[in-house]
Ligand binder design. Structure first.
Ligand code: AGP
Length: 620
């Protein structure tokens, strides 16, 4: 996620903006910039790729810029590589001196290409690859076309764009005012004596004030020295309540959650929606998956003979899930491998194959090596990555980005969930292009994907029950996760979550495999957690559970609403909403993430920074 800070008051703005941006660094970013309106009314803009230190150095910690009003931004790239050109602020002209409007933005404008085409036809030129430059130029377009006040120009823009935004803009001919608008991306306005602040998140301004307004969806704000006014999209004034922030800085960075991991578990609905919206276009009559941004031609999709998936850790688990869904829908053979094995196996790859590399960071050494191994063999490669401009993103032939945003906790949750979504999208689109599903089924699957975020929100209502269960097993030593088909793939992820953040030993097993040896380990009190979401395999897994129960195991189960008969077998059941079986993994994994988190908490461990682990394993 990007970070926004704005200031209008009586002190020089630049040092305050830099200080505020430094408090947002935890959100993850790849470049930064700021703009200050100087005493002559001109904008001064400084941007830098890389760490915020670059910006501090370029501006002598802000002392080189003079002006009592300004906006700043830390960018997490979603459209356009990390670069100084793509860094915010963005301007309405082609250079600062001929620009009337300058702005920063956090969020994703889904129809930015459509708007860009419109503006190009109106004579606008573009210097960056970002959706934000389009947004700022669209405000400028309406501002000039209708010769209207800033509020109306912003409102007209809000009506036209689709997506999410926290937008802050300055108009050259409206000195001492910062204008802002919000839809789905958080934004707050802070007030102190003679000073007004705007920010994406509380930590940026806690040093200066604890009195804030929360900007709600579709609201517009006008910040002046020590005051703020709010308007509806119809330019009607709004009275808002000033709220006092009681959090300390650390709690504020985590959005009030105890750990980033819990915050990121709760960000999954938004991350899934952003990922879906990044490739699914709505033409009014229907939604269609548009892979033009990935670059893989339909002809290539039709000719794929075999898919190979190579990844590590949770990304490998997402690949295991993708295997079942792609094979079932698109009827293309899929082989999933650990990247660390793939890279040394001298793999025999079909020349018409497609190697898919899944990686949150895009920098995992084994996954990079697997990618290069595939390219050496002349096989097309597709990367599913979360970081724009990462090594894997740059070296793969095709790239499908997940839009989970920066993931701070070492144990992945939202990135894994968006990797599942990427697998579903490939499965559905490959199936459709290869003629394996018709329009009706295509539309059904897409609608099922869009129903997932709300269903995940529903699962959060069971948190207390899961926390109780985790506390009951705080001293557990061995845990077995079992499932069949997709449930096995999700069991792998549930087991890893528990191991990596609570250090409890656990194993995930294909339920049908237990009797081939491992069941010898089941004894009185052994905890066995079953995942049962695949209707045609439900009874099979129940049988495996019973085999464990007769040997004294304590049985827990994750299953869908309606399967209440499972309580004849399992002592603890966590129910999730129903969805198409292909996509149930996105729901059944949520209780498993929460179980691992709560067990870590019950053991007094740091869920964000587990021992021995790094967020990205950039070495072999
Ligand atoms: C999962 O919680 C771990 N953080 C780890 O298994 C991770 O998924 C793995 O190291 C792969 O990382 P990547 O997705 O960045 O390639």
């Amino acid at each position: 996620m990007c970070g926004i800070v704005g200031f209008v008051g009586r002190r020089d703005a630049a040092p305050i903006l830099l200080e505020g941006l430094s408090k947002l660094e935890y959100r993850g970013y790849d470049s930064a910039g700021l703009a200050v309106r100087d005493s002559t009314g001109n904008f001064e803009v400084v941007k830098a790729k890389g760490k915020l230190k670059e910006l501090f150095d370029k501006t002598d910690s802000g002392k080189a810029l003079h002006g009592t009003m300004g906006i700043g931004h830390t960018r997490w790239a979603t459209h356009g590589e990390p670069s100084e050109t793509n860094a915010h602020p963005h301007i309405s002209g082609m250079d600062v001196k001929d620009s009337d409007i300058i702005g920063v933005h956090n969020g994703i404008i889904e129809n930015y290409m459509e708007m860009k085409t419109k503006l190009l036809r109106k004579g606008y030129k573009f210097y960056s690859d970002t959706d934000t430059e389009v947004l700022v130029k669209l405000v400028d377009y309406y501002y000039k076309k209708y010769k209207c006040p800033p509020c109306e120009a912003i409102a007209k823009t809000m009506v036209r764009v689709k997506g999410s935004y926290a937008l802050a803009v300055m108009f050259k001919d409206h000195p001492d005012e910062i204008w802002a608008a919000r839809k789905d991306s958080p934004m707050i306005v802070g007030i102190s004596d003679n000073e007004t602040f705007i920010a994406s998140d509380v930590p940026a301004i806690l040093k200066y004030t604890r009195n804030v307004y929360y900007v709600d969806n579709m609201e517009i704000a006008c910040l002046k020295e020590g005051s703020a006014e709010f308007f509806t999209i119809d330019s009607e004034p709004i009275e808002k309540e000033l709220v006092e922030i009681t959090w300390d800085t650390e709690a504020a960075e985590k959005g009030g959650y105890e750990y980033f991991m819990m915050k990121e578990i709760h960000e999954q609905p938004r991350a899934i929606l952003d990922t879906l919206n990044s490739v699914i276009k709505d033409d009014g009559d229907s939604k269609k998956i548009d892979f033009s941004g990935i670059g893989i031609p339909d002809e290539d999709i039709k000719n794929i003979s075999q898919i190979y998936i190579a990844a590590c850790g949770s990304a490998w688990h997402a690949g295991m899930a993708a295997q079942y869904v792609i094979e079932d829908l698109a009827r293309v053979p899929v082989r999933v491998e650990l990247a660390s094995e793939f890279r040394y196996r001298k793999p025999i790859l079909d020349k018409n194959g497609l190697v898919i590399i899944i990686s949150q960071s895009g920098e995992t050494a084994d996954s990079i090596a697997a990618l290069r191994e595939a390219k050496e063999k002349g096989v097309k490669t597709l990367a599913i990555v979360n970081v724009v401009g990462s090594t894997i993103a740059r070296e793969a032939d095709y790239v499908l980005y997940t839009l989970a945003g920066p993931e701070i906790a070492v144990a992945t949750t939202k990135a894994y969930s968006t990797q599942l979504i990427a697998g579903y999208l490939l499965a559905i689109q490959f199936a459709y292009v290869r003629g394996m599903i018709d329009d009706e089924k295509y539309a059904y699957y897409i609608s099922e994907l869009y129903a997932l975020p709300d269903k995940i929100e529903k699962i959060f209502e069971t948190k207390d029950k899961l926390q109780w269960f985790a506390a009951k097993f705080v001293n557990v030593h061995d845990v077995f996760f079992i499932g069949r088909n997709l449930d096995y793939a999700v069991s792998l992820e549930g087991s890893l979550k528990m191991k990596e953040i609570s250090y409890a030993h656990s194993e995930a097993y294909a339920a049908g495999e237990l009797k081939h040896g491992t069941i010898s380990m089941i004894e009185g009190g052994t905890l066995v957690i079953s995942v049962l979401t695949q209707p045609e395999l439900f009874d099979k897994t129940i049988s495996n559970m019973s085999e464990c129960k007769t040997r004294g195991a304590y049985l827990a189960a994750i299953t869908a609403y309606g399967h209440y008969d499972i309580e004849d077998t399992a002592s603890f059941v966590s129910y999730v909403p129903t969805a198409d079986p292909h996509f149930m993994g996105s729901l059944s994994v949520i209780p498993l993430q929460l179980l691992g988190y709560y067990l870590s908490l019950a053991r007094g461990l740091d869920a964000d920074k587990p021992r021995n682990l790094a967020k990205s394993v950039t070495v072999e």
